[in-house]
Write a protein that binds this ligand. Sequence first.
Ligand SMILES: Cc1c2[nH]c(c1CCC(=O)O)Cc1[nH]c(c(CCC(=O)O)c1C)Cc1[nH]c(c(CCC(=O)O)c1C)Cc1[nH]c(c(CCC(=O)O)c1C)C2
Length: 384
Amino acid sequence: MHYTGHPTVLAFSKCNYNCLSFLRPKDFPTLQNDTFLRAARGEETEHVPVWCMRQAGRYLPEFRESRAGKDFFDTCRSPESCCELTLQPLRRFPFDAAIIFSDILVVPQAMGMDVLMVAGKGPTFPDPLKEPEDLQRLRTAVDVEKELGYVFKAITLTRHKIEGKVPLIGFTGAPWTLMAYMIEGGGSNTYSKAKRWLYRHPEASHMLLRMLTDVIVEYLLGQVAAGAQALQVFDSHAGILGPVQFKDFSLPYLRDIARRVKDKLKETGQDVPMIVFAKDAHYALEDLSQSHYEVVGLDWTIDPRSARERTGGKVSLQGNMDPCALYSPKDRISEIVQKMVEGFGTRGYIANLGHGLYPDMDPENVGAFVEAVHQHSKLMIKQI
Ligand SMILES: Cc1c2[nH]c(c1CCC(=O)O)Cc1[nH]c(c(CCC(=O)O)c1C)Cc1[nH]c(c(CCC(=O)O)c1C)Cc1[nH]c(c(CCC(=O)O)c1C)C2
């Protein structure tokens, strides 16, 4: 790690997790590039801001090197490692935002479940929830500060170390997506075990979703208190639900999260933009645009112009290039980006991929994507 500059930060690099407490969420460096925050609020910008989901990831050789031989969740619990991994993509590309390195599955861990990262298989719950009685195994009153304080420390440290270059995004998994993992025990094609609960045990499902929502609200507020400047809620498995079940088992909780976080932040005069990314839930676009989130994230199966029409200018939009378009040659990437930016328009728009980067992607093409967004959008904005 290359800790330079401030003496407290230098001292910091030599100490371990327990002595991070002196680094308080205050006196953060002044933000120099607020393009992402302005776009989230629908304000004017000089260019369209851009970041990528999974920008801190295995497509970067330095990421693979830092992670080599280390347990994934041990890495998540090390604020220094999370900080380093968050900063890596910023050293290479002029992204307009950073997202804290962590994982959505730290929330089920905080609720008392074991989650392991198994090589070649992905996240695995050795003892998933099988029947409603298993809800008794979960912690009822989760001490979020105690269980997830390591994420807050990572955010505070990273916000200092980013030196105000770009805003730092905090995130969480949405209740439905977390519930799906807790019952399924890992990734799945059908999520049929989790969906079985929705049809067979609707009350227990709502109980679990409410428990998750309560933890998530505290978790997001803790992230803001620690220094997060925007928040994204990932409902990665929204698409598997379909419109009826989404309305019943996901949307009310997504709304509740945004409302409760915003109400609480208002009390302290804070205003932090929130992004909802419900992957493959195009059927819910109208509802999502009226769910108290400033930004709706889109996957690549939605046409930019129709997304604008359906959301009626109520929200900013984020997305949505097919990640696989990054396998194209660079000039083709530039053409695809140009069409995408034309489709969304330059106001109230944050460029991103429609989902995360894959490990086999060429970092150079990621750079070409970022550059194309900046270049095309600057020209378009000048012509307005
Ligand atoms: C880089 C990484 C992460 N998690 C995992 C990896 C790969 C494993 C490794 O590097 O060792 C395991 C890891 N964690 C998860 C998975 C998917 C498992 C599956 O469904 O099969 C994997 C491989 C679960 C997870 N984790 C996350 C989501 C939501 C986003 C999405 O839909 O991809 C989900 C579904 C969020 C997440 N996860 C991560 C971030 C970091 C910040 C960034 O984006 O740069 C974020 C935002 C980090």
